[in-house]
Design a protein around this ligand. Structure first.
Ligand code: FPP
Length: 239
């Protein structure tokens, strides 16, 4: 990691983890095998992020639209999430990782909600890395949820004006800085309803690599590429 010591690292990395199904199909394996190996990539990327000192990581694990997948696949994904939470809790505690959810947790079966809340509570005071997992997430739904909250609070006088800062406080990502870098695996050039408000000025990095193959070295390549980007936020470059 030595060549990364002097480069500009992002504060918040968001990742669209795509390509688990294709990874499995290419090996004549059931899709769920791709998700299981994808869980190993999650572990590797979380550990690398923590060790680099990047304070926020948001992973898109399950979209609102993913509920329409075959029941068997949805059930296995929920099972994998449960396994992940159980297996990773000791590491989260040891490494100071705070676990957080963005999305609509109430869509999930009670036993998963309980597990998620338990891990959020136990890791709540950890400060090294804030790991956000997007579950039953939809950027448009998040914006509508924010608008509804703002309309109510405006009506009852809790807020007097509506600006970008106020709006951000009503999002599921409240308190989390906007992502500096968005990584998408598997080569698709889409944002897929992910963090629509938050990625206004985010740098996008797309790799053809499928998520189960995306490990530390590939991640470091993305971070090196990010460090070379010239971020102007709409401003003119100074001479
Ligand atoms: C996209 O690949 C991936 C998902 C919908 C699920 C992501 C889940 C994991 C990486 C497993 C574990 C995660 C956690 C946080 C425990 P796809 O199935 O859409 O792939 P395809 O586009 O090739 O079909």
């Amino acid at each position: 990691m030595s060549d990364l010591e002097n480069i500009k690292l992002p504060v918040h990395v968001a990742i669209i983890m795509d390509g688990n199904g294709r990874w499995a199909q290419m090996r004549n394996l059931p899709r769920v095998e791709g998700h299981l190996v994808g869980m190993e990539s999650v572990r590797d990327i979380v550990t690398t992020t923590r060790n680099l000192g990047i304070p926020y990581l948001t992973l898109y694990a399950f979209s609102k639209e993913n509920w329409t997948r075959p029941k068997e696949e949805v059930n296995r994904l929920l099972e994998i999430l449960g396994i992940y939470l159980e297996q990773e809790l000791p590491l989260m505690m040891e490494k100071g990782i705070r676990f957080n959810i963005v999305g609509d947790l109430t869509d999930f079966p009670e036993r998963i909600q309980k597990k998620v809340r338990d891990v959020m509570k136990k890791t709540g005071k950890n400060r090294e890395l804030c790991l956000n997992i997007a579950l039953s997430y939809s950027g448009r739904k998040e914006i509508l949820h924010a608008v509804t909250g703002i309309a109510e609070d405006y009506k009852n006088g809790k807020i007097k004006k509506i600006d970008e800062r106020v709006f951000s406080r009503y999002l599921w990502t409240k308190g989390i800085p906007d992502p500096d870098l968005l990584i998408r695996t598997s080569g698709e050039l889409r944002v897929s309803n992910f963090l629509l408000w938050q990625i206004a000025y985010t740098e996008i990095y797309v790799t053809d690599m499928l998520w189960p193959d995306f490990r530390r070295e590939a991640y470091l390549d993305a971070l090196r590429e990010y460090s070379r980007r010239d971020r102007r936020f709409g401003r003119v470059k100074e001479a």
